[in-house]
Design a protein. Structure first.
Length: 202
């Protein structure tokens, strides 16, 4: 009976590891020790290895400070806040989430890792575009206003020139609108392809 129970337990563990291996998000499980240096890796999936690199995750039993070397990140893991942690590493931006798991008087720390580099860069581009939008719109609007005033004044000598200014200003505004539409489309697509992060609150 006990042997059957152990076999079932091992089978459940293998099944869970297969599920975690199929996630796009990185998953690292630590066994909590009295100090951070005593908190050791007991499991990580291939996505975590890809995101953190072999220098950080080359084997199990690695102490936590070798996986997450940044002091702010280690402090965040130790203090246990509920909000996500943004980890900037070279050319990538990672979002970390933390969950404590109590099992048979042992405390585990589950960290999930999501690559948000593309989303972050897109948000930076969006903010930069919006900040420049008022300036970009000001030029064609001002040109159109001056051209219309000249036409209304009945200055036939510069009529064709003013019509040309109106046409170019309208084309510039159309281009700005298309740029804004393209940016909105990219942002929407990014949100659609983003899969839900592993829910740590369940």
């Amino acid at each position: 009976m006990l042997d059957e129970h152990l076999i079932a337990l091992e089978g459940s563990q293998v099944h869970l590891e297969k599920i975690l291996e199929g996630l796009n998000e990185g998953v690292v499980l630590f066994k909590k020790g009295p100090k951070l240096s005593d908190t050791l890796v007991v499991f990580f999936n291939s996505s975590a290895l890809k995101l953190l690199g072999e220098a950080s995750l080359h084997d199990s039993r690695i102490p936590l400070p070798q996986v997450f070397r940044e002091p702010e990140c280690m402090q965040w893991i130790e203090s246990g806040p509920t909000e996500d942690f943004r980890l900037d590493r070279k050319d990538e931006v990672l979002s970390l989430r933390r969950k404590l798991i109590e099992s048979e008087n042992i405390t585990y720390i589950l960290i999930t890792i999501e690559d948000i580099t593309r989303r972050t860069r897109l948000e930076e581009t969006r903010q930069k575009f919006i900040s420049n939008m008022s300036h970009e719109l000001k030029t064609p609007i001002t040109s159109m206003s001056i051209a219309l005033e000249n036409i209304l004044d009945g200055n036939s000598y510069n009529f064709q020139q003013n019509i040309g200014i109106l046409g170019r200003s309208i084309e510039r505004m159309k281009q700005l609108i298309e740029d804004l539409s393209d940016l909105s489309g990219i942002e929407t697509a990014a949100n659609l392809v983003k899969e839900d992060l592993l829910n740590l609150d369940d």
